[in-house]
Design a protein around this ligand. Structure first.
Ligand SMILES: [Zn+2]
Length: 382
């Protein structure tokens, strides 16, 4: 874990003063669980008390990690707890993939998600989505303790690393190594692998609210698959969210771009502006990815028509009311037209490029995504 946190924090989270003490015997029965957080707190308090009784003051340390028999697995401001039952039937709570997440909770991180969903553990390339039973792809067996459980998962999983948005939230993303330009831009930049700070060049890009990073199947990320990937995140409400490309893929490959396939770009006449992310090439051997970034500030707020920006809104059929006018585009995307004049204006401009029929909301069952322009409200009158 010393090496992991050194790499994830670019050397800022130095665990050099770490120490290991124990074993200490706890006498009370364990009652903690997700449903009984007080019992979890009690375990941490009991462990500290037992250490103090043996002459070790845990208050001198920032981060408390209690390792135990397989009682529980959790982490929070008070400390992290993991255990191992020795049966090798599933990933052990002592696996770096899991203790890494619990320590991440101690540092203040929440589980990572995908944009458009409130479900937890949805970023397979982030330590804050690991789990013994999840389909997290970025977990690799430890090189020495490489037992595989009956479910095919490593017992002592290692990795993946931490995404750039979570690193940033902890103050670990070295801004001098991050591309970040304000104002209108139209540039192509080259990224290096996020966690390989010994290489020259940008380790990530901050493009407005977006964090863009290159991940390669090496070191902590050796389990992410054969090919390097570019990932895009936003950070909001204390969490990182993966952002999909125009085809709905959360792995951005060469040619990936923001927006939604089949949806025309905003007509320049509307002056709405544009924010576009596009992956040029990914060179696995050179460990570089070229990313084209275009930002033209416009008069129209992005919220009026988010399909033209990397931000995506998950489709929710309950938002479609029977009297909404609905457009089905070539890409089988749904647009719900609201009452604002801007919405009408946009619709007129876009309709020229649409191939699909008009339909009423309840008739559409196969659509993928909606925009409720009516929610843009009265401030959109122009
Ligand atoms: Zn967790």
């Amino acid at each position: 874990m010393f090496d992991f946190w050194t790499d994830m924090s670019y050397g800022k989270a130095v665990l050099a003063d770490s120490a290991v003490y124990g074993w200490f015997e706890l006498t009370d029965d364990y009652t903690g669980s997700g449903a009984n957080p007080a019992g979890r707190d009690k375990l941490l308090a009991d462990a500290k008390a037992a250490a103090r009784q043996a002459g070790v003051d845990m208050d001198n340390f920032n981060t408390l990690v209690v390792l135990n028999r397989a009682l529980d697995l959790f982490g929070g401001p008070g400390g992290a707890v993991g255990g191992d039952d020795g049966k090798n039937l599933a990933m052990a709570g002592l696996a770096p993939s899991l203790i890494g997440q619990e320590m991440g909770h101690v540092y203040g991180l929440n589980h990572s998600r995908m944009l458009g969903s409130e479900a937890e553990y949805q970023d397979p390339w982030d330590i804050m989505s690991t789990g013994p039973d999840t389909t997290t792809i970025g977990i690799n067996p430890d090189s020495q303790m490489n037992q595989i459980a009956p479910n095919g998962r490593p017992v002592y999983g290692v990795g993946p690393g931490m995404n750039a948005a979570n690193m940033w939230s902890l103050g670990w993303l070295d801004e001098s190594r991050v591309w970040n330009e304000a104002g209108d831009v139209d540039v192509t930049i080259s990224l290096r692998p996020l966690h390989q700070r010994e290489r020259e060049g940008y380790l990530a890009a901050r493009f407005g609210e977006y964090f863009i990073e290159l991940r390669v199947p090496e070191r902590w990320d050796v389990g992410i698959g054969e090919d390097p990937v570019v990932l895009v995140h936003v950070f909001e409400g204390g969490r990182s969210y993966l952002v999909a490309d125009s085809a709905g893929n959360f792995t951005w490959r060469a040619g990936s771009k923001s927006g939604i396939d089949g949806f025309p770009e905003p007509p320049a006449s509307l002056g709405l502006g544009l924010t576009r992310i596009q992956v040029g090439s990914i060179d696995a051997d050179a460990r570089t990815a070229t990313i084209s970034l275009t930002r033209i500030k416009g008069a129209g707020p992005e919220k009026h028509f988010p399909e033209w920006w990397p931000r995506r809104k998950a489709f929710d059929l309950t938002q479609v009311r029977p009297d909404d006018a609905v457009l089905l585009t070539q890409g089988r995307e749904l647009v719900v037209e609201g009452p604002t004049s801007l919405a009408r204006e946009i619709r007129v401009a876009v309709t020229r490029d649409l191939l699909g029929p008009e339909a009423s909301g309840p008739d559409l069952t196969t659509v993928a995504r909606a925009i409720d322009l009516s929610s843009a409200g009265g401030d959109s009158q122009q």
